[in-house]
Structures are given as structure tokens and as C-alpha cells.
Design a protein around this ligand. Structure first.
Ligand code: ADP
Length: 415
């Protein structure tokens, strides 16, 4: 069976065609600059590369271009679009409505629309992708997989902010958390990898990429996470500040004559690693600059490791201990030196590292703690596309079998 996985941004559309039996990616590509001059589509199918620059004024045209690329006689991966059994959409914000992936119908579309104030940059783009697919492939089932849904199991004490309750009741201001598909995948996968039962296991998952978040997972369910109402909260990130005293916003706004929106823009796009170092938002550039003695890059690097360490300590305390710690995403999987900085001097937690396993390890499932460490520290490459494909497949099977599926059943569905 072939599943199409879509991740629509405001001016971009990433797509992957997955062959579910073999879990092979038959084709992947990206449309860039939708609605802007210089629209372009690039696709790789095995060793075949397709590239076409053509005006694309909206997501309908981008999806039509994707269909032409996928079905291209020499460079495509499909004879016709009818081979696609279903489409799985990555959707940023499910608010409080969705604690699992769902088949898209009118009510789901309306709920994604209602959540636009919570995800003003992503939800409208995700919706455009969904609506374009419904217009162009009206008979193909569509599934929404939310970045927030895995975190819906958090208790109130973890998700409420210490502000007047009316803001939660009226405006739904609370911690939602993001990267849910990744935290869900790696927390389940690490149990399979170690051969342990998720029930009774306390896990801290560290998703460290350009955007970073940690989650505390007990019995396979999220009990806390570092990102909040928006992805700005938590550890230091590539361009985001992470947590800070909210009075900083007012102070910068008043001192510099800026609006609140302008300050938030600085906190989202010009802070974090790039803001502190003045060098780059990419950890590889920070490492290179720090290694050649750049003081600001050294501080940025230290701040990142320190903020991750603090969350690990906090979540271990919140869960009454920790059994497994997972590193994933671009930095977590590849940057062994950062992992080393985070995990140094953590013996108090029950961790005994084997740095000979950690050092130089990249993008590979591996235990990096010593064999006799009480807490297992593990690198698990994330696979959000696989989660989207397997949720999509499972929900489509439910339709096929005409079963009465409970779409909010938060089971692991790793295929
Ligand atoms: P995003 O959050 O945009 O998906 P990634 O998960 O790819 O991004 O994370 C980007 C970060 O991961 C960058 O800071 C980069 O330094 C780091 N990274 C990604 N790939 C590698 C690699 N092969 N080696 C070292 N660092 C990497």
C-alpha cells in the first residue's frame, strides 16, 4: 500500500510517498516558494531526480505539480494517483480536541480552523494542504496527525500556567507541547529496542533539533513537556530563546519602542543560539566557532547543555526518578559532544555513561550508558514520517473494515 505524507507550510509543501509493506520511501520532495516568484518543485525517487521551476500561485497548484512529479513517466514513482491509498497530513495544533490522529471530515476541518489562533503560522498552511488534497483527490481518505496530541495526557498541574483561570477557561491558554509524534515514536521505540515494557517505565525524551523539546513519559503517556502554548517555551533553541521571565518582553518593548509582536519576533527568530552567539543557529557552526575560541559561541553552547540538564533534573524529580533517557533529532542524534556535555556529572541520577560508546556515534540506535548503569541512556533516530504513515494506515484499515474505531484511543501505533 502507498501512503502520501504531507507537511504543508505557508509557502512550502514537503511530501513523501511511503510503501507501507517495506517501509520504503518511494519518493520524497518539496515545493518551495508557493505564491512567490520563483516557485520550484524538487523530487527524488530512488536515484531519479526531478526538478521543475514553474509559477505556483497557491497550494492547489503545488499539489497538482506534486502529482505531475509523482506520476512522471521517467522520473516519477507512480503510474497514477489512484495508487495512493491515503494521505497523512502533519498538523501543528490540535488544541484540546485531539488526543490521537483522526480521519479528516468536515468537523475535523472546522476544529483545525478553530485552532488557528493557537497556531497562527502553521494551522492555516496545514489547512490549505488538506483542502487542496480534498479538492484534487476527493476519493482518497485523509488523516490528520497532530504535533500536540501525544501531550494531551498531561495532568492539569503540568499544563496550567499560574495565571487567572479565566484565561484558560475563556482563551484556552495552557501548555500544549509540540514534537508529539517524535516524542511518541522514540518513547515507544526505545522500549521495543531495550525489550522492556512501557508500563512501569519512566522515560525522558530529548528531541534536540533546530527546535528542541523534552518530554517526561510514564507508562507510555506524556506527563510533562517543555514547550508550552507555543513552541517558544523550554530549552534554548536555534533561533528561539526558550523560557524567560515574561517581564523581559515588556522591558525590551518599552526600552526600544517596540510592539509586543515585534519583541516576540525577536524571541522566536533572532534569539537562542544565533542570538547569544551572533554566529549561527546551527550547532555545527557554533561548535566550529567555539572550538576556535569564540567566547559568545562557547557561552551559547554551554547554555544549551545547561538548560537541557536542568529539564532532565526537573523531570526526574517530577516522575520520582527516571529509567530511560533518549536523545533524538538533528542535535540529539548527531552531536555526540553536546550529549557528552549534558550527561557529564549525572551520576547522582543513577546514570553511568560509557563515553566510548557515545563519542563519535551519529544517527544510530545505540545504548550509550554503561552496561551496569541503572538508567539507560539511548540514542534513537526519530521517524515522524513513519508514525504519520502508520497512523494513516491504521485509520484507513478501520474504515475498510467498517469498524467503529475510537479515534481518541491513545494507543501506540508503530505498525
Ligand atoms: P529541524 O528541527 O529543523 O527538523 P534538525 O532536527 O535537523 O532540524 O536539527 C538541526 C540541528 O541538528 C542543527 O543545529 C544541526 O547542527 C544539527 N544536525 C543535523 N544534522 C547533523 C549532522 N549530520 N551532524 C551534526 N549535527 C547535525
Amino acid at each position: 500500500m502507498k501512503i502520501l505524507i504531507l507537511n504543508a507550510g505557508s509557502s512550502s509543501l514537503k511530501f513523501q510517498l511511503m510503501e507501507t509493506d517495506s517501509r520504503r520511501i518511494a519518493a520524497k520532495g518539496m515545493v518551495e516558494r508557493i505564491g512567490i516568484e520563483g516557485s520550484v518543485i524538487k523530487q527524488t525517487a530512488g536515484d531519479k531526480i526531478y526538478k521543475n521551476e514553474q509559477p505556483m500561485k497557491d497550494h492547489d497548484e503545488a499539489i497538482a505539480a506534486m502529482m505531475r512529479a509523482l506520476t512522471h513517466t521517467e522520473l516519477g514513482a507512480l503510474k497514477d494517483m489512484g495508487e495512493i491509498a491515503a494521505v497523512g497530513h502533519r498538523v501543528l495544533h490540535g488544541g484540546e480536541k485531539f488526543s490521537a490522529s483522526v480521519i479528516i471530515n468536515e468537523a475535523v476541518i472546522e476544529a483545525i480552523r478553530e485552532n488557528i489562533p493557537l497556531g497562527p503560522l502553521h494551522n492555516p498552511a496545514n489547512l490549505m494542504g488538506i483542502l487542496a488534497c480534498r479538492r484534487i483527490m476527493p476519493d482518497t481518505p485523509q488523516v490528520a496527525v497532530f504535533d500536540t496530541s501525544f501531550h494531551q495526557t498531561m495532568p492539569k498541574k503540568a499544563y496550567l500556567y499560574g495565571i487567572p483561570t479565566e484565561y484558560y477557561k475563556r482563551l484556552k491558554i495552557r501548555r500544549y507541547g509540540f514534537h508529539g509524534t517524535s516524542h511518541r515514536y522514540v518513547s515507544a521505540r526505545v522500549c521495543q529496542f531495550l525489550g522492556i515494557n512501557p508500563i512501569g517505565t519512566r522515560i525522558i525524551t530529548c528531541h534536540l533539533g533546530n527546535g528542541s523539546s523534552l518530554a517526561a513519559v510514564v507508562d507510555g503517556k506524556c506527563v510533562d513537556t517543555s514547550m508550552g502554548l507555543t513552541p517558544l517555551e523550554g530549552v534554548l533553541m536555534g533561533t528561539r530563546s526558550g523560557s524567560l521571565d515574561p517581564a523581559v518582553v515588556q522591558f525590551i518593548a518599552n526600552s526600544e519602542g517596540l510592539t509586543c509582536d515585534a519583541v516576540l519576533d525577536i524571541l522566536n527568530k533572532k534569539s537562542g543560539l544565533i542570538g547569544v552567539s551572533g554566529v549561527s543557529s546551527d550547532m555545527r557552526d557554533i561548535d566550529a566557532a567555539a572550538d576556535s575560541g569564540n567566547e559568545d559561541a562557547i557561552v551559547a553552547r554551554d547554555m544549551l547543555a545547561y538548560s537541557i540538564k536542568k529539564y532532565i533534573g526537573a523531570y526526574a524529580a517530577a516522575m520520582g526518578g527516571v529509567d530511560v533517557l533518549v536523545f533524538t533529532a538533528g542535535i540529539g542524534e548527531n552531536n555526540w559532544a553536546l550529549r557528552r556535555r549534558v550527561m557529564e556529572d549525572m551520576e547522582w541520577l543513577g546514570v553511568k555513561m560509557d563515553f566510548s560508546k557515545n563519542d563519535c556515534l551519529r544517527a544510530q540506535e545505540c545504548v550509550i550508558s554503561a552496561d551496569d548503569s541503572r538508567v539507560k541512556v539511548v540514542v534513537i533516530p526519530t521517524d515522524e514520517e513513519m508514525v504519520i504513515a502508520s497512523d494513516t494506515l491504521e485509520l484507513v484499515h478501520c474504515i475498510d473494515k467498517n469498524t467503529d474505531a475510537d479515534y481518541n484511543d491513545p494507543r501506540f501505533r508503530l505498525g
